[in-house]
Design a protein around this ligand. Structure first.
Ligand code: GP9
Ligand code: MN
Length: 689
């Protein structure tokens, strides 16, 4: 087919006219819709730019676009004069979604969940900390969206064009739906396959936002948060069946080792060390260790040098939960807040059955993380919270650790006198919590380097006023508080016949760049080294993840173990390991006694995992080799499967309250290897036959 030049020019003219006409129509008839779609689309883009930094990715853009078309379509259900109200309301909601998630991301490096909004009631003080330290002016950027929508309406209305053509006709509805579906189909074609699993399980909120955008993420989250509650009858039977099968396969078998029962009947004092990471134990400034007390305890006791926290969004509370129950935290909310009314088998409960008096101490309000209630569920006889303390010195979120420990020893002494022995106590520290402030109340600890230049000694204060520098000062204080605590325990006779257990609850959420400053500072030239410089230490995303490990130490004055265990270990392995030493176990523990293992798989809440050989990143779908051993595809897949099962089973146990049901079956001998006659009788008496 051939056209002459005249014909082509004519055609172009007609098309230009047509296009112009279309634009005029869109401007007049659909400007409100267009401004709604465009401004929310841009907000979604900004959110991803600020958080996961993938503004150029097409799938989330296509998905947002399709979704916004569908949302606009709903406007047809309203009378014409009410449509602006609908568009405004939707703009507010979507803007709020962006704003909340943006703020939340700064703090938790994850996205918000509706199930967690209720947590803010418990986390009042952390809430304040968020607004004081985490709300950045950039987060307010999203507010332009409802303004833009309103302005477009305002100008349209003046010209009396107000969406007069936006009539509910079949053709338009159909073409809108087809456009949406085409964009979604396109997105699904170009999206990585691994993105689908993440969507259904919502393990990794970040990857859902990366692939599906913020709006679909929030819808997914709402569905996932409320569906276990609505559908518990629905998914329950499958969950119960699968959990039973899992426990049949992984039934608890007592394997004796040299540590079995060595601490049976001893008092146990557990220190929950807030935001304490392990890397600080290796640091020295001006020849003074940052953590001399932790270092001494780790040398004398048993030091687990490759120990990882496995927390989700429930941070401190998740650490407590996993430590005490050997279950993974929930991915559908926070156990302490959303699933506090379930039955759990936990260290305090097990020791209580052995005649221990169990109690916990924390100088924050008892409502925080719902501890008031949840500590009872875990089996603590009593929880000493803020009301039991005199707030005579405040650091960060509340009573300073030094005062907390000192007052706690007085209470502990009284408890020992009235309740007798043995006791199991947990002390939750507070001062070393972000934002690592009130440094003036902490001992002097110069995080500086001296360098000789032209026969002059210059002191480089390179870490002063940096987040990492403040953290190190704060850690040094926390370590000193632990040292003072041990001294006071000793002088009050509370270390006799006692085992001390210390764990870091999670990492300190420090930016990766902070570590670059720490490991690559060049004091001579007062700058950060680059890759071409001598002695440059590479610190990539994986080094950052591995660096998140926290200390775990078991120490007693009665015996020098001088032992370091470097097998990778997770918080989930504490109950099986420590339990073996104390002569307890849970039939439902999902972790392992580390002394019975050659290697281990430490599963993280987003499906990533760690062994002695590799770190597997679930969001990236790639591995980072740690050893030089050859790695097979099967090895990687086994780890993925193991981690996926572990997260699923744990979620099911928590969501469907399965321990309660499984326990009822114990008399029938289905679980575990013991039949408790008393329980059988009680069970039969409860009209169960
Ligand atoms: C608050 C403290 C901190 O009482 O345990 O909790 P976190 O913010 O670390 O989860
Ligand atoms: Mn914490």
């Amino acid at each position: 087919m051939c056209y002459n030049t005249l014909e082509v020019v004519k055609m172009l003219k007609i098309n230009k006219k047509k296009i112009k006409e279309k634009f005029r129509k869109i401007k007049n008839d659909y400007l409100l819709v267009v401004s709604f779609i465009m401004s929310n689309l841009i907000n979604g883009l900004i959110l991803r730019g600020i958080t996961v930094k993938n503004i150029f990715s097409l799938p989330p853009l296509f998905i947002d676009f399709g979704l916004l078309i569908l949302i606009s379509l709903v406007a047809l259900a309203f009378k014409r004069k009410n449509r602006i109200k609908y568009f405004m309301a939707m703009s507010f909601i979507l803007t709020l979604v962006c704003l909340i998630n943006s703020v939340y991301y700064h703090y938790y490096s994850s996205f918000a969940s509706v199930a967690l909004l209720s947590n803010l009631i418990y986390a009042k003080d952390v809430g304040n900390a968020i607004f004081e330290n985490v709300l950045k002016p950039v987060d307010l950027i999203y507010i332009w969206c409802p303004l833009a929508v309103y302005l477009s309406y305002y100008f349209l209305n003046k010209k009396k064009y107000f969406i007069k053509e936006l009539k509910s006709n079949k053709k338009m509805i159909l073409s809108s739906i087809i456009t949406t579906l085409s964009f979604w189909a396109l997105a699904s074609i170009i999206m990585p396959l691994s993105a689908w699993g993440g969507f259904y399980k919502l393990w990794n909120r970040e990857s859902v936002v990366i692939n599906y955008g913020i709006y679909i993420y929030q819808i997914d989250d709402i569905i996932q948060s409320i569906s276990p509650k609505i559908n518990s009858a629905f998914g329950h039977d499958t969950a119960l069946k699968e959990t039973k099968e899992y426990y049949e396969k992984h039934k608890y078998k007592k394997i004796e080792n040299e540590y079995t029962n060595i601490f049976e009947g001893k008092n146990v004092i557990v220190i929950h060390a807030e935001s304490m990471q392990e890397f600080v134990m290796k640091l020295k400034f001006n020849n003074k260790e940052v953590t001399p007390n932790l270092n001494r305890l780790s040398r004398e006791g048993i030091f687990f040098s490759n120990f990882y926290s496995q927390v989700g969004v429930g941070t401190s509370s998740d650490a407590e939960f996993t430590f005490n129950t050997s279950l993974m935290p929930s991915t559908k909310g926070t156990v302490f807040v959303n699933f506090f009314d379930r039955e759990y088998v936990a260290i305090p409960k097990l020791l209580k059955e052995k005649g221990y008096y169990t109690y916990s101490m924390h100088a924050n309000t008892g409502e925080f993380w719902n501890r008031n209630i949840m500590h009872q569920s875990l089996g603590y006889d009593k929880f000493y919270s803020k009301d039991s303390y005199t707030i005579d010195e405040t650091i960060g979120l509340g009573l300073s650790d030094k005062s907390f420990f000192s007052q706690s020893v007085d209470i502990m002494k009284e408890i020992k006198e009235t309740e007798g022995q043995p006791f199991y106590s947990t002390l939750i520290m507070l001062s070393n919590h972000t934002p690592f402030s009130d440094l003036e109340l902490m001992p002097e600890y110069p995080t500086t380097i001296d360098v000789k230049l032209d026969n002059q000694t210059i002191t480089r204060e390179y870490l002063n006023n940096t987040k990492l520098g403040n953290y190190i000062r704060s850690v040094h204080y926390a370590d000193e508080a632990i040292g003072d605590f041990i001294n006071k325990l000793d002088s009050e006779g509370l270390l006799d016949n006692t085992v001390l257990v210390i764990y870091g609850d999670h990492d300190a959420r420090m930016d990766k760049n902070e570590f670059n400053l720490l490991y690559n500072y060049d004091p001579v030239n007062d700058r950060i080294k680059d890759e071409t410089d001598d002695g440059y230490v590479s610190f990539n995303d994986y080094d950052y993840e591995l660096n998140k490990k926290v200390p775990f130490i078991i120490w007693t004055r009665d015996k020098n173990f001088n032992k370091t265990v470097d097998t990778p270990m997770g918080m989930i392995d504490v109950l099986p390991t420590l339990g073996n030493m104390l002569g307890i176990h849970s039939d439902y523990q999902l972790g392992n006694d580390i002394f019975n293992l050659k290697d281990n798989v430490v599963t993280f809440i987003d499906g990533s995992y760690l062994t002695s050989n590799i770190y597997y990143s679930a969001p990236k779908g790639e591995i980072y080799p740690i050893s030089n051993d050859p790695i097979t595809e099967e090895y990687i897949q086994n780890g993925i499967e193991h981690s996926s099962n572990l997260i699923d089973i744990s979620n099911d146990i928590i969501s469907y309250d399965l321990i309660k049901e499984l326990k009822e079956e114990i008399p029938l001998g289905k679980i575990g290897n013991t039949i408790d006659i008393a329980k059988c009788v009680a069970w039969l008496l409860e009209d169960n036959y």
